[in-house]
Ligand binder design. Structure first.
Ligand code: SAH
Length: 342
């Protein structure tokens, strides 16, 4: 008989299991707390459960099916985790602590590989294997907490894959993070390269987490050259969809823009971008391109970064420059490229 996987289960579901197995209902709450509040990954450690209950759980359940294969720590304290899924596929997640803040941000994956084919991204080079299940998404946070003993306070869906192409599991994982893991909606960010119909669905759901959009170019022509998705969902239509999104949800979006030298970092690009998003309720997050040997793109020059930022700010936008984290261990944006299992 296949074992029941507990991660992702609600308290009610664990209660049902306990009752069906002649345990008292209140044992379920203990198991629930061990998993979600203490991130304990072994029934033996559930010390307030009677031995017989622990034996039953060991026989009939597993906590999580994903296993931690490897952990790399960067000079800046960023940790990259390599996880192996039940079918042998590999995914990566990253844990970051930003200076002077108590926040711990985990960056998680939603797919094995990625189908979007953005020309500058290392994950794209892997191609696409499959969507992650809801529990495979959740287990990344669970295992990071179990491994480090720390509580993740912020979650960004910015790892491998396109979250909006795994829509149902994205939404159900967010529900678990909010309800079981007690992470507030506002501390969750979903990043997308712009799947228009799914952004409309998010609006209908009155999505209250932050939506970040990987724009990376100031117009459709440039965008299509580096992001094939723009041929299917054009730039102007994307901006219009985002405008309606902000109206429906009342939430500002984050425009992400990876600056690449001589590709999209000129003064003209900045002016065009400022104009394109002038009526979009948004903040801008500039990302400095992380170079990798598989790609010809380069980091922008420092002075171009500052000019670019200045032009957007002069147009009235709030602009932040994303701190580069973990690039020495290939854990920075666009560097997640775990090989699949053979
Ligand atoms: N597919 C989603 C989620 C991935 S988020 C999306 O496109 O938004 C990862 C972010 O890192 C995206 O904004 C992506 O465009 C960006 N990125 C990819 N390669 C990068 C690189 N080499 N340097 C900096 N950012 C990169």
């Amino acid at each position: 008989m296949e074992k029941l996987e507990l991660i992702g289960k609600t308290l009610e579901e664990i209660e049902t299991f306990m009752i069906e197995n002649n345990q008292s209902k209140f044992r379920a709450k203990q198991v629930y707390n061990w998993i979600y509040l203490k991130s304990v990954n072994s029934f033996d450690k559930m010390s307030d459960l009677p031995l017989q209950a622990r034996e039953l759980l060991k026989e009939r359940c597993i906590i999580s099916s994903v296993i931690l294969k490897e952990k790399q720590v960067s000079k800046d304290g960023t940790i990259k985790f390599l996880f192996e899924l039940k079918d042998g596929n590999l995914i990566e997640s990253v844990l970051m602590r930003f200076d002077n803040r108590a926040n711990l941000t985990a960056c998680i994956s939603t797919q094995v590989g990625c189908p979007m084919g953005c020309s500058f991204c290392a994950t794209a080079k892997l191609g696409f294997k499959r969507n992650l299940s809801t529990s495979e998404i959740i287990e990344q946070i669970f295992l990071i907490q179990a491994e480090t003993g720390l509580k993740v306070t912020n979650i960004v869906y910015m790892g491998q894959g396109e979250p909006l192409l795994n829509f149902e599991n994205l939404i159900s994982s967010i529900k678990v993070f909010r309800e079981q893991f007690q992470v507030g909606a506002r501390r969750i960010t979903v990043s997308t390269c712009g799947i228009i119909p799914k952004i409309k669905e998010l609006a209908k759901l009155n999505f209250q987490s932050t939506l970040a959009i990987s724009l990376h170019a100031p117009d459709n022509e440039k965008r299509t050259q580096i992001m094939p998705i723009s041929a299917k969902y054009p730039f102007e239509e994307l901006i219009d969809t985002l405008k309606s999104y902000t109206q429906t949800t009342g939430r500002r979006v984050t425009v992400e823009y990876v600056l690449m030298r001589d590709i999209n970092d000129s003064i003209e690009d900045a002016k065009k971008l400022a104009f394109a998003i002038s009526k979009l309720k948004s903040n801008v997050n500039l990302i400095i391109y992380n170079q990798n040997e598989k790609s010809p793109y380069k980091k922008p020059l420092k002075e171009n970064i500052l000019k670019f930022k200045y032009i957007l700010e002069a147009s009235g936008k709030k602009v932040t420059i994303r701190l580069e984290r973990g690039s020495d261990i290939d854990a920075a944006c666009g560097q997640l490229s775990s090989k699949f299992a053979k």
